[in-house]
Design a protein around this ligand. Structure first.
Ligand code: HMG
Ligand code: MG
Length: 306
């Protein structure tokens, strides 16, 4: 059976903008966050406290987080929308703590090669980096999400065994993460693979209700994969407004599943998201204008007329 409600975890401002060749001005980022909140997204990942040389597009993270607080960009109708930031290590955590951030996300890799390329660490060393980061974040009362990249395939290593992903997931949960987001970084997954991976997590004692799925739409499988995960009990899905995005350290990664495409399917299934699709489409059309290129989202193009 399908859930009545799904939480969409919006990653456009982080996963989307980290992969744009143009550096988007802070004012545009602030306006983007505000519009996403007003469109009803329940959680909006804002930026990353990573090394600015590694991701220059998000080098203004501290200023953006200050703008969120000073201008109340995360407040709407009397509620505060969580705006998590990516934090890879203690240096990133210190920067987040200085800014009063409440929600962070660490990001691990299921494969050796991507751990090296994305974190400059081996698969094992990534946990050494995360352990004090998560411990100190939890002591400070922060909520910690953990991503795993390359859960379905890796551009350098090829197929990624399901057991390898589950073993990384268990280690991240044991560190104290409250939610695990399983990333199909390069978009190669198919529905049978999704079902097998989720079954393996269940068998390992990690319930699918604590999992989120993070699909990139490179091979056009993201919505089919979403259906497979919905049927397996997952109720949180990452998506990016207008389908912005990719990952600068993963060759052949395109944009995330577009939030509009996800909302269209979920609403069609009678599943509540709280998202105002018209406002979201207007936001993505506006953002496409800022970036100077059309949105790749099918639903944005259908509803906005190209
Ligand atoms: P490193 O070079 O090994 O860092 O990079 P280090 O610990 O050796 O430190 C070197 C210098 O960097 C030091 O400065 C540190 O202070 C500084 P120095 O003493 O030489 O002057 N430094 C920092 N500065 C600012 N903020 C920090 C920070 N850390 C160290 N946080 C590091 C290791 C992890 C920092 C680097 O590899 C990095 O920043 N990686 C980030 C890569 C990234 O952001 N990738 C994209 C996000 S992941 C993704 O998109 C996938 C996802 O969407 C899911 C999916 O689709 O699969 C989440
Ligand atoms: Mg991603």
């Amino acid at each position: 059976s399908l859930p009545e409600r799904v939480t969409i975890y919006e990653v456009g401002p982080r996963d989307g903008l980290q992969n744009e060749s143009a550096v988007v001005p802070l004012e545009t980022k602030a306006a983007f966050l505000r519009r996403l909140v007003e469109a009803g997204l329940p959680v909006v990942e804002a930026t990353s406290f990573v090394h600015p040389k590694w991701v220059p597009q998000l080098a203004d993270a501290a200023d953006l987080v200050d703008a969120i607080a000073e201008r109340g960009l995360d407040r709407v109708d009397g509620r505060t929308v969580p705006m998590p930031v990516l934090v890879p290590n203690e240096r990133g955590l210190d920067r987040a703590l200085e800014r009063g951030v409440r929600h962070i996300a660490i990001f691990g890799s299921a494969t050796e090669t991507f751990a090296q390329r994305n974190l400059n660490r081996s698969l094992d060393e990534q946990f050494t980096m995360f352990e004090p980061t998560v411990r100190r974040a939890r002591e400070a009362g922060m909520d910690v999400r953990a991503y795993i990249s390359m859960c379905f395939g890796d551009p350098w290593e090829g197929d990624v065994p399901v057991d390898q992903v589950v073993s990384v997931g268990k280690r991240l949960f044991d560190l104290g993460a409250s939610q695990l987001s399983l990333g199909d970084t390069i978009g190669v997954g198919t529905p049978g693979h999704v079902a097998a991976l989720l079954a393996a997590f269940n068998e390992a004692g990690l319930p699918n209700t604590d999992l989120a799925m993070h699909f990139h739409d490179t091979y056009g499988q993201a919505l089919s994969n979403t259906q497979a995960a919905l049927r397996a009990g997952v109720t949180t899905f990452d998506a990016s407004a207008g389908g912005l995005g990719g990952c600068p350290y993963a060759e052949s990664a395109t944009g995330n599943l577009a939030t509009e495409d996800l909302v269209w399917m979920l609403h069609g299934l009678g599943i509540d998201t709280g998202v105002d699709l018209d406002r979201l489409v207007a936001t993505s059309v506006w953002m496409a204008g800022q970036l100077g290129r059309p949105s790749p989202s099918r639903v944005v193009n259908a509803l906005a007329g190209g």
